[in-house]
Write a protein that binds this ligand. Structure first.
Ligand SMILES: [Zn+2]
Length: 365
C-alpha cells in the first residue's frame, strides 16, 4: 500500500545556534545546548529526509508576550526578558540565561503552536517540532529543570482560550523525567489526559508517584507510569498495556507526545537503556492507535535528550516510523547489556496502576 501521509517538521537554524550555555563542559545545565539541534539537522540532511516529498519543512513564528501570559506569570516572563537584556545570568541552579534566551524560548513556544496548528488545519497529517529549550518542567511562575516556558501547556491553553477549541487532547510524556510542570496545568481538567512514563528511583524516592491521579473533574486523567532505573526498550514498551486501552476509551481529538529522548542508553542525564529502535517501535504503535482513534493526528514536541551521538538516530527513527518505512538500527547500539530486563518490577507497577485506575477506566477493570 502506498503511504500518503504528510509529515511537518518544524525547524529553524536559530535552535542550532542560539542560547548556548556559558559553561561548555561538563556541568549539568550545559547539556541543553545548540549542538543538540545542530546534530539532528545535519543527520537528517545526510539521510536526505528533507528531499522526501512527504516531509514538509515548517518555519516557526515567534509569539507575542500575550501568548506567554496564558501560561505564565508576568513576573516570570519579565525575569527571563530582563536577564536576557542584560546578556547573562542564572535564573536558578539549572537555568542559564544568555542574550538570546528570551527570543529563542518564545520561538520554541511558536514552533510548538506551529506543529499543532498545522496538523489541526490539515496542512500535514503528523508533525514534529525540533525546538529548544524544552518545556515540560517549566511552571507558571518559574523556569525549572532546563525549561524556560512550558511550550506544550502554552500551546494548549492558547487553543482553548483564544481559538475556542474544546475537544479532548491526550499528552504522552516519554521524557526520562516526570513532567512536573506540564501535569499541573491540567490536573483538574477532564479534557486533557496526561500520561507520563518516567524513570523512578524506587529506593531513594522520586517525583511522579503512581497515585497522583488528578483532582476533582480531572481525577483519573493524570496517569503516571514510573519505571525502574535501567529499564530496557522492551520494558518501556510495556506502557502500551495501560496506554492503549486508556486512549481507546478516552478518544482524544489529537495526541501530543512530549518527546524526550533521555531514556536513551547513552544519554548523559537519563538512566534508561532504550535504543533508537525503541523509539521507532513506540512511534509505530502510537501512530497505529492515532490512525484508529483520531484520524492520525499525532504531534511530537521535542523535550529532553542530550546524547549528541544518539539523539539524531532517535529522531530519524521516529520520522521513519511516521513515514511507514523500515528502520535500520546502528550497529553501535547492539549491545548485550541493553537486554537485561526489569520486567518483574514493571509487572508489579502495571498491576498496581491498573488497580488504581480501574475506578476511572472501564477498559482496565
Ligand atoms: Zn528529561
Amino acid at each position: 500500500m502506498t503511504k500518503t501521509n504528510r509529515i511537518g517538521i518544524v525547524v529553524d537554524e536559530d535552535f542550532a545556534t542560539k542560547n548556548a550555555p556559558p559553561y561548555p563542559h561538563p556541568i549539568f545545565l550545559s547539556y541543553e545546548n545548540p549542538l543538540r539541534i545542530g546534530s539532528i539537522l545535519n543527520f537528517l540532511e545526510e539521510k536526505s529526509i528533507f528531499l522526501n516529498e512527504r516531509i514538509i519543512k515548517l518555519k516557526p513564528v515567534s509569539v507575542e508576550e500575550s501568548v506567554l501570559k496564558l501560561a505564565h506569570t508576568k513576573y516570570h516572563i519579565d525575569s527571563v526578558r530582563n536577564f536576557s537584556n542584560r546578556g547573562f545570568g542564572l535564573l536558578s541552579e539549572e537555568i542559564f540565561i544568555t542574550e538570546d534566551t528570551y527570543e529563542l524560548a518564545k520561538l520554541a513556544v511558536g514552533g510548538t503552536i506551529q506543529a499543532i496548528d498545522s496538523v489541526l488545519n490539515g496542512n500535514v497529517d503528523q508533525s514534529f517540532a525540533l525546538i529548544r529549550p524544552p518545556g515540560h518542567h517549566a511552571l507558571r511562575e518559574k523556569a525549572s529543570g532546563l525549561c524556560i516556558f512550558n511550550n506544550i501547556a502554552n500551546s494548549i491553553i492558547r487553543l482553548k482560550d483564544s481559538r475556542q477549541y474544546n475537544k479532548k487532547i491526550a499528552i504522552i510524556d516519554i521524557d526520562a523525567h516526570f513532567g512536573d510542570g506540564l501535569v499541573q496545568y491540567f490536573y483538574d481538567d477532564p479534557s486533557v489526559l496526561y500520561f507520563s512514563v518516567h524513570e523512578f528511583d524506587f529506593e531513594q524516592g522520586d517525583i511522579g508517584f503512581i497515585d497522583e491521579l488528578g483532582e476533582e473533574e480531572g481525577l483519573g486523567k493524570s496517569i503516571n507510569f514510573p519505571i525502574p532505573l535501567n529499564s530496557t526498550g522492551v520494558d518501556f514498551l510495556e506502557i502500551f498495556d495501560i496506554l492503549e486501552p486508556v486512549l481507546n476509551e478516552f478518544t482524544p481529538d489529537m495526541i501530543i507526545i512530549a518527546a524526550g529522548f533521555d531514556l536513551y542508553f547513552a544519554d548523559p542525564i537519563g538512566n534508561g537503556k532504550l535504543t533508537s529502535n525503541t523509539y521507532f517501535k513506540f512511534t509505530e504503535r502510537i501512530l497505529e492507535i492515532a490512525n484508529k482513534i483520531c484520524n492520525g493526528k499525532l504531534i511530537f514536541i521535542l523535550e529532553g535528550g542530550y546524547s549528541l551521538i544518539g539523539l539524531p538516530h532517535c529522531i530519524l527513527a521516529v520520522i521513519k516510523a511516521l513515514l511507514g518505512e523500515s528502520y535500520e538500527q546502528p550497529t553501535f547500539e547492539k549491545l548485550k547489556f541493553l537486554t537485561k530486563s526489569e520486567k518483574e518490577n514493571i509487572d508489579k507497577i502495571k498491576k498496581s496502576l491498573k488497580k488504581l485506575l480501574a475506578d476511572y477506566w472501564t477498559s482496565l477493570r
